[in-house]
Design a protein around this ligand. Structure first.
Ligand SMILES: *Cc1c(COP(=O)(O)O)cnc(C)c1O
Length: 229
């Protein structure tokens, strides 16, 4: 077995253990393999090991991998910061976007989604780290943004995404995830049928699953340490 296949099994085991500990079904948590900075060969390797859903942060890198894997039934998620001038490429190539944090981007993605494709599946990114992060809408803006996004025909509103400030303390890791879940419950109570909480990365997936994550976005624990040079 390849190292990537081994790592995928180890991450699936972490997900299973965390779900069971939280009294949840392991199948209620999906693994998104974050392949940013890794070559196509790594994606193919993971796909050969059974991985279906992949996440990318950089538009052109992601589009290249989507195009190169058209012959496989993979699902592609855009999870990085999105600039207006790149929205068309994302609308045309990806299945999901986790990082919608303002109405203007949502409107562009909806208008640019090709009519022959299913609606783009979207999450609203919420900033629960305050000043420390520039990405994500403020928690008190999330409901209004969901209300507006829910009316856009090219999009299907699925839930919320968050990237809390990293910390090694497991108890402290849970606090921002709990905050996101509370916002999620508040929006659901207002009548929006959200089913997705995209939260948890290699170092904090257990805390995220304990607080209700339904998609964990895992890069390092599958592919290894990234080299940005
Ligand atoms: C890079 C990245 C991940 C994966 O992080 P790891 O710590 O490598 O698991 C998840 N989500 C987003 C938004 C990312 O940019």
């Amino acid at each position: 077995m390849s190292a990537i296949a081994d790592n995928l099994q180890a991450v699936q085991a972490r997900i299973r253990d965390a779900a069971v500990l939280a009294g949840r079904l392991p199948e209620s948590v999906r693994l998104l393999a974050v392949s940013k900075t890794w070559p196509l060969a790594s994606v193919i390797n993971a796909a050969d090991a059974g991985q279906k859903a992949f996440g990318e942060n950089y538009v052109q890198e992601g589009v290249d991998k989507v195009a190169a894997t058209r012959d496989r039934p993979l699902e592609w998620h855009f999870i990085g910061p999105l600039q207006s001038n790149k929205s068309r490429l994302v609308a045309e190539h990806f299945d999901w976007v986790h990082s919608v944090d303002r109405l203007k981007i949502a409107e562009r993605l909806s208008a640019q989604r090709p009519a022959q494709l299913p609606p783009l599946q979207v999450c609203i990114q919420v900033n629960v780290s305050g000043e420390a992060s520039k990405s994500g809408c403020a928690p008190d803006e999330a409901l209004a943004l969901c209300q507006a996004v829910a009316t856009l025909p090219g999009l299907s509103l699925r839930g919320l995404m968050a990237i809390p400030e990293p910390t090694d303390d497991p108890a402290a890791q849970r606090t921002p995830f709990r905050q996101v879940r509370e916002i999620f419950e508040h929006i659901r109570a207002a009548g929006f049928p959200l089913d997705t909480l995209s939260m948890g990365m290699s170092h904090d997936l257990e805390a995220a699953i304990a607080e209700g994550a339904t998609i964990v976005r895992i890069g390092t624990a599958i592919f290894g340490e990234r080299n940005y040079s």
